[in-house]
Design a protein around this ligand. Structure first.
Ligand code: GDP
Ligand code: CO
Length: 399
């Protein structure tokens, strides 16, 4: 593919945040060449480079009661060389939606002989492995794995590490366009190919997010994204003293990380997970607060933000969902140790103005999930190793 070169990078301590890079063209041909790197501000990412990263990448699809057709479309869009890991929190009673997802995945994989894993969020073996590993932040008061997209993502991460993948990419299951899914993964690969550090992250910004209101309107920014980005940028600006607009992907549901980075971050529960990843990076490696990981601090963290060619269309889940997203997203900023009073007040005022918080109401505290490097991964492995085949849709060992 052709993509804008990383032309400008803002530094925040050891964090290198790259400006938004646009995909210029989805395919760059086999033989095409460009003038010397940088001359035109465009670079070519070769197909074999993309495939190199895809082979090392697990794609984690979190799903909860989505339309089966959408899920099938998403699966069909994931490049063949990536390992698909589905973590489902769909209902099992009355209609066993999890069973339906499993059957659909099996069918898609059987014909193409591709490997995939699917696990339910409440799976007893997995829960036992989590308990034994001491990963208690993932558990609810009943001792089961907590509901929530973030918790599903964490299970996916653990499995990806267990099968030896080096990168993980996340894709929502409610995406309408398989072609967009294909592009996201290729963009992840392109991002990783530009990283200098083993600790890297790629976040997707969609070109347009169409809305249906008196015809199809191709909207540039969602309201939640715009608000989150603004306050997230303020969080950096107060520390550097320079106003910044660098963060364009505070809420990016579609994003990817090297496992090396994924295992040292503190996460937030539920829908706060994506903005919290950035906040955790700023806290841990921004040079303001003490770091918990010297090696990563030395190597630096590379963050890439890539704008797709495809528009993004997913299931609209209503106004209440949007307000909830806004509230939990902004609470990652509000509760950050980097946040000052001025930003706190601005966050509260914003939430009240957008009807997501009542006057005088307290912002609910953030539930965080400790980095999984802290859990006993060997314990987790010793329980899961013999069971991984059980989650595999092709009855053979994953490699
Ligand atoms: P949005 O796209 O960010 O507005 O949020 P969605 O509601 O579409 O959620 C993103 C993805 O997470 C979708 O694929 C959901 O099906 C999935 N999801 C939501 N809640 C859960 C959950 O509790 N567990 C799992 N595993 N996935 C979930
Ligand atoms: Co969605």
């Amino acid at each position: 593919m052709f993509i804008e070169s990383p032309r400008y990078t803002e530094r925040f301590g050891s964090v290198r945040i790259n400006h938004l890079q646009r995909v210029i063209s989805l395919d760059s041909g086999l033989k095409s060449t460009l003038p010397d790197h940088g001359a035109m501000g465009v670079m070519k990412v070769n197909e074999d480079v993309i495939k190199y990263y895809e082979e090392r990448m697990a794609i984690i699809i979190s799903i909860k009661d989505e339309k089966l057709k959408l899920f099938e479309g998403v699966v069909s869009g994931v490049p063949h060389d990536c390992l698909i890991i589905v973590v489902s929190n769909s209902q099992r009673e009355k209609v066993d939606r999890f069973r339906m997802e499993k059957d659909a995945l099996e069918q898609l994989c059987r014909y193409t002989l591709r490997q995939a894993l699917i696990v339910h969020q409440k799976d007893v073996v997995m829960t036992e492995a989590i308990v034994q590993a001491g990963f208690t932040d993932l558990l609810d008061e009943k001792g089961q794995i907590h509901d929530g997209k973030s918790e599903g993502m964490m299970l996916g991460l653990l499995i990806a590490k267990a099968v030896g993948k080096e990168y993980v990419g996340f894709i929502d299951a409610d995406n309408y366009f398989p072609g967009a899914v294909l592009e996201y993964v290729r963009n992840y690969a392109a991002g990783f190919s530009m990283a200098r550090s083993p600790y890297s992250m790629v976040r997707i910004l969609w070109h347009y997010k169409p809305k249906i209101s008196r015809g199809l309107f191709f909207q540039k920014w969602g309201r939640v994204s715009e608000t989150t980005n603004k306050h997230m940028n303020n969080l950096i600006s107060i520390k550097t003293g320079f106003e910044s607009e660098i963060i364009k992907t505070g809420n990016a549901g579609e994003h990817a990380m090297s496992i090396r980075l994924a295992e040292i971050l503190t996460y937030a529960s539920g829908y706060a997970v994506e903005p919290q990843e950035l906040v955790s990076i700023f806290e841990g490696f921004g040079g303001i607060l003490p770091t918990t990981n010297r090696k990563a601090m030395e190597d630096g963290i590379d963050v890439f933000q890539i704008e797709t060619r495809n528009p993004h269309l997913h299931e609209e889940k209503g106004d209440e969902h949007i307000k909830e997203m806004l509230k939990v997203g902004l609470s990652t900023i509000y509760y950050s140790a980097l946040c000052n009073n001025e930003i706190k007040q601005a966050v509260i005022a914003e939430l009240i103005a957008q009807g997501a918080l009542q006057e005088g109401e307290r912002l609910p505290p953030l539930r965080t999930i400790a980095p999984f490097k802290k859990a006993n991964f060997n314990k987790f492995m010793s329980i899961m190793e013999k069971k991984l085949d059980k989650y595999s849709v092709l009855a053979k060992t994953i490699k």
